[in-house]
Design a protein around this ligand. Structure first.
Ligand SMILES: C[S@@+](CC[C@H](N)C(=O)[O-])C[C@H]1O[C@@H](n2cnc3c(N)ncnc32)[C@H](O)[C@@H]1O
Length: 417
């Protein structure tokens, strides 16, 4: 039977890479995963999850979630830590889906090590359960043993482990098992990421499946010494997800509505640091991780990206080049602004900048202006650099189109029965 990355995942769990902690310069839970990727998944989900929770609670019922390829329960952390609003200075977070509104979170994973780790980490949460399951067999026993779920969830590329025909089988099972208004969250690797331009031209089904490694779990020195396991993953484009939804409706008679497609990590994907599939890349993720690290100052020059490295493609290339150009404007402005006051509206091209770019520049400008009188605790490393990170993160999010141009592609679907 084909490898599903079992060796990689078992080893990662053994080394504590799936323990719950946040923020790091490298590895599974680096700062980009924590402050960019998981946060953006939360931001994308927020409005849809808000509606769903309201509907369930009107019926006096808690929410039922199944997490497909759950790892050690990262989905539970993602879903239960969505703030209702970004700007809220109170002591207690107001969550969209607080734990007490969950009837069941059931995490499914093929890896025994993951299931065991999840059980240990969430031992004290009575409504959290884990079970070993192979999603290539669809929902399996769950179809008869479990009531419908409100959310059929996946995070961080789990469903790219399934080949297309296995995914279709799983989704057909979900169409039958779900109730009206159930939400499906699909999380794939994006075909058009700048990390692997060689994959962009894939046409046939077999070309859309590539050998992949998670060598990024290790810092560079270790990476060079070990032979990382290779396993096949299916890379997805946004248009394919829309086609898939139509195909499911045709096959099952159940409505599958695409609510949102989101590209995640367009310029900061995991393999920018390894350069494993694109040697032209700079190690941008490492620099962004550094922006979010306390008491660590980042050489902003390392954040500048050369837009000419984007290969030609009639649709994808202009979008990526525009993002890179805007990104560089923000970084360069921050570099200058650290040394001298400069009027934003006098920047060359200001009037032609998109609202997203203007907003990112205003954020950087305000933070530096306001930090001027604060001298405690390394304001550059601890205040300005993280805010620059968030400005760049927001720029990426607002400019993405859900085409499959990021390391990750998230699709939020709703069942209509
Ligand atoms: C990249 S990890 C993501 C884990 C977690 N969802 C997260 O957010 O970090 C992919 C997970 O999918 C699991 N997986 C791979 N193939 C699977 C299959 N056929 N059935 C169930 N789980 C699978 C792996 O064991 C692994 O835990």
């Amino acid at each position: 039977m084909q490898s599903v990355g079992e060796q990689t995942y078992t080893q990662a769990v053994r080394e504590g890479k799936y323990d719950l902690y946040v923020g790091n310069l490298f590895g599974k839970y680096d700062n980009v995963r924590t402050y960019w990727e998981d946060q953006l998944t939360r931001i994308a989900l927020r409005p849809f999850l808000g509606e769903l929770v309201e509907r369930r609670c009107q019926n006096d019922r808690g929410v039922r979630i199944v997490d497909l390829g759950c790892g050690a329960g990262q989905g539970y952390e993602i879903l239960t830590k969505i703030d209702r609003r970004d700007l809220d200075l109170g002591l207690q977070h107001k969550r969209v889906l607080p734990k007490e509104k969950i009837d069941l979170y059931l995490g499914l994973d093929i890896s025994a090590a993951m299931v065991e780790k999840g059980q240990t980490l969430f031992e004290s949460e009575p409504h959290v359960e884990f079970a070993q399951a192979d999603l290539r067999e669809g929902l399996g026993r769950l179809k008869t043993e479990q009531e419908p779920f409100d959310i059929y969830f996946s995070s961080y590329g789990s469903l790219s482990h399934l080949m297309r025909q296995d995914l279709v089988k799983l989704l057909e099972d979900i169409c039958q098992h779900s109730r009206n208004d159930s939400t499906i969250v699909l999380d794939f690797l994006g075909r058009y990421s700048i990390e692997w331009p060689d994959f962009w031209g894939a046409r046939s089904e077999s070309e859309k499946v590539r050998e992949y490694t998670m060598s990024y779990l290790y810092p560079p020195a270790t990476r060079e010494k070990i032979e990382s396991e290779k396993f096949p993953l299916r890379f997805w484009a946004g248009t394919e997800v829309k086609e898939l939804a139509k195909e499911l409706t045709a096959a099952t008679g159940v409505g599958v509505e695409v609510l949102k497609l989101m590209d995640r990590s367009l310029l900061v994907g995991r393999h920018t640091d390894t350069q494993e599939y694109n040697p032209q890349l700079k190690a941008i993720r490492r620099s962004i991780n550094s922006l979010h690290e306390d008491y660590l100052r980042t050489n902003l020059e390392e954040l500048l990206i050369d837009p000419t490295i984007v290969p030609d493609h009639p649709v994808i290339a202009p979008q990526l080049r525009q993002l890179i150009t805007s990104w560089n404007v923000v970084v360069e402005y921050c570099q200058q602004r650290l040394w001298k006051r400069c009027a934003l509206t006098e920047l060359e091209g200001w009037d032609s900048f998109t609202k997203s770019l203007q907003f990112a520049l205003m954020t950087v400008d305000r933070v530096i202006a306001d930090v001027g009188w604060m001298w405690y605790g390394d304001p550059r490393a601890n205040i300005i650099e993280p805010q620059l990170g968030y400005a760049l993160r927001t720029l990426e999010y607002e400019m993405q189109q859900g085409w499959g141009c990021g390391h990750g592609l998230v699709a939020i679907l709703r069942i209509k029965k």
